[in-house]
Design a protein around this ligand. Structure first.
Ligand code: TMP
Length: 235
């Protein structure tokens, strides 16, 4: 597979064309941003960790029946993925109150829910990724009813699989963000990444934060937290 021109540079990844029109190459960066790009920094080693962690999770999810965009890990930071058109929804699943949920509803962080929650944000940087409900997404033509039903089912399935996996490595899966895409034949697949950038991980015993909140909230030991999560996930 040959790497061709860069198609897109995002906050945490670059995307390249390849000699296969149905396959893209993703290159993970150490750059970190928060609060819609307002806060900028570098997390040394993050790109390599997020690449390996994402690919491990995607392969585990595939085995559990969740279709993903994953094709092949090429190097420390580079992975081949299926070309998809991204459904512009950030799909957020929560098991424990934290972050914007705690803030919006005026509750403390750490309330364990009886049932997981789902919410969507409209992926639009200019608008600051506003919260959106499924009726609004339909009205705006962002997704079809069927797409939203499939995405909802898959997102809860991902939660089931990941919650169990993380429990076994001593981590509470607090919440996470997923993105889905449509392949050329119209199949909805899990895309983007699953990493400490996009999940909240709390140590089950100490409740220490082992994710990007260490960067967002200036808690220190950011690199250590990413390393620790990679060790627990990949062994
Ligand atoms: P929130 O509590 O800030 O809404 O975040 C919920 C989850 O989504 C959390 O695990 C972090 C993740 N997330 C992203 O992956 N990208 C984002 O831009 C934001 C705001 C959150």
């Amino acid at each position: 597979m040959e790497k061709r021109e860069m198609l897109y540079e995002g906050k945490a990844k670059k995307v390249y064309a390849t000699d296969n029109a149905d396959v893209l190459l993703v290159d993970y960066k150490d750059d970190a941003t928060a609060f819609n790009g307002l806060k900028k920094g570098t997390i040394t080693g993050k790109g390599a960790i997020n690449n390996r962690v994402t690919n491990f999770m995607m392969q585990m999810l595939e085995k559990e029946g969740v279709p993903t965009h994953f094709v092949k890990e090429l190097s420390e930071r580079e992975t081949l993925v299926k070309r998809v058109s991204i459904v512009p929804l950030e799909v957020i699943i929560r098991n424990i109150s934290a972050g914007s949920f705690a803030k919006r509803y005026g509750v403390e962080e750490g309330i364990v829910f009886n049932e997981p929650t789902i919410e969507f944000s409209y992926k639009n940087d200019d608008l600051g990724d506003p919260l959106i409900n499924s009726y609004h997404a339909l009205a705006l033509g962002i997704a079809t009813k069927e797409d939203i039903a499939t995405i909802t089912l898959l997102a809860f399935k991902v939660n089931q699989v990941m919650k169990e996996f993380f429990k076994n490595v001593g981590v509470d899966l607090v919440d996470f963000k997923l993105e889905f895409g449509k392949t050329s034949d119209g199949t909805i697949v899990l895309a983007d990444e699953i990493s400490p950038d996009t999940c909240r991980f709390w140590d089950s015993k100490t409740h220490e934060k082992l994710d990007k909140d260490r960067f967002r909230r200036d808690l220190g030991n950011v690199e250590d937290a990413y390393q620790e999560m990679m060790k627990r996930i990949l062994g």
